[in-house]
Write a protein that binds this ligand. Structure first.
Ligand code: NAP
Length: 324
């Protein structure tokens, strides 16, 4: 495993981070048992991954808590999240603190390393920074969390408007950002500022549905060609991203997707979500592989560099929570 310093937190985090939400939720979302999910987390830790990203709404905090019982607490970086509806007003602070307490209980730990506000939309940002953050910083003084983070809302904020504010505020030491082969706009809008302000980055959506299910990619390409955002030939191609798979390049599209994100300047930790032990191993291997060949990266940027908001579908719907 390779490790990076997560911005100004100074935490040493593995470049591959286990995402405990998304479509798979460690396998709980695809019919696996809790025991299988615990085994998957332990397998991840055995492979050197030390950053685990969960959330109160994922229903996987207890699994993570179970899995980390066998390792010294300071060997793992635990990130979790509270989802606070925008309409909460002043009671948002109490709700966030209650969510933190509940996460500590579920995780079976005295503190979380990174406590994040979950899927904050641009319209909810003032509530997050003015009402919730001050209350959480008081919890930090009590030792219940080490660093504050914020995650963006994905499909309803494809231009990163919330994070563009958050990275300048000095409150959020870590931000979670959507970035992938067909949604590259964080390169210009976000990474220069996270680098300048030493804000740690967790990258989500490297694969999601669009690069794990060919029918979702085909549907996205049909829409994008119909709206004139991509050349027609891409929607007609039988294997539109097949150019990435070749000797000296990637072996699969998912491998290409993880390698593409991992080597982006400004990317600290790339989250991968899975409930499948074989995918777990190949994903970690992909994240430790060299960058994609320059020619392939140039084609990806030329073809897709102008797109925004593609393939950010939510796994399930909750009012105001657009990506999970
Ligand atoms: N706003 C937010 O805060 C927010 C929103 C979204 C995500 N997140 C975080 O980001 C994490 C990563 O997002 P994600 O879970 O969507 O992860 P992802 O790695 O982008 O995509 C995971 C999907 O791809 C499939 N997959 C993974 N590896 C594969 C492989 N080698 N071959 C074929 N299919 C593969 C998985 O299914 P299998 O189970 O079959 O492998 C799953 O359906 C989440 O778990 C969560 O922690 C946060």
């Amino acid at each position: 495993m390779e490790y990076v310093t997560l911005g100004r937190t100074g935490l040493s985090a593995s470049v591959a981070g286990l995402g405990c939400g998304g479509f798979s939720r460690l396998g709980l979302g695809t019919g696996k048992s809790e025991a299988e999910a615990v085994a998957l987390v332990r397998q991840t830790l055995d492979l050197g991954v030390n950053l685990l990203d969960t959330a109160s709404v994922y229903g996987t905090e207890a699994v993570v808590g179970q899995a980390i019982k066998t390792v010294p607490r300071d060997n793992v970086v635990i990130a979790t999240k509270a989802w606070i509806p925008r309409r909460e007003g002043r009671s948002a602070a109490e709700r966030a603190v209650a969510s933190l307490e509940n996460s500590l209980k579920q995780l079976g730990t005295d503190y979380v390393d990174i406590f994040q506000l979950h899927g904050v939309s641009p319209g909810a940002y003032d509530q997050a920074s003015d009402v919730i953050a001050p209350a959480l910083l008081r919890e930090r003084e009590k030792g219940k969390l080490r660093f504050l983070g914020v995650t963006e809302a994905g499909s309803s904020d494809p231009e990163h408007a919330m994070v563009e504010r958050a990275v300048e505020d000095g409150v959020w030491d870590v931000v979670m950002i959507a970035f992938h082969m067909m949604h590259q706009n964080a390169r210009a809008k976000v990474f220069p500022r996270t680098i300048a302000n030493r804000v740690g980055t967790l990258l989500m959506f490297a694969v999601r549905n669009i690069f794990s299910r060919p029918e979702r990619l085909a549907a996205a390409l049909r829409e994008l060609t119909a709206s004139g955002q991509l050349p027609r030939s891409l929607a007609d191609a039988s294997d539109p991203l097949g150019f990435l798979v070749h000797e000296g390049g990637a072996a699969t599209i998912t491998e290409a997707a993880y390698r593409f994100v991992r080597h982006e300047p400004g990317a600290d930790v790339v989250l991968f979500g899975t409930g499948n032990p074989d995918h777990l191993e190949t994903n970690i291997a992909a994240l430790l592989a060299p960058p994609l060949p320059l020619a392939d990266r140039q084609i990806l940027t030329k073809l897709f560099g102008h797109l925004a908001g593609v393939g950010l579908d939510p796994p399930y719907s909750m009012p105001g929570l657009n990506s999970a």
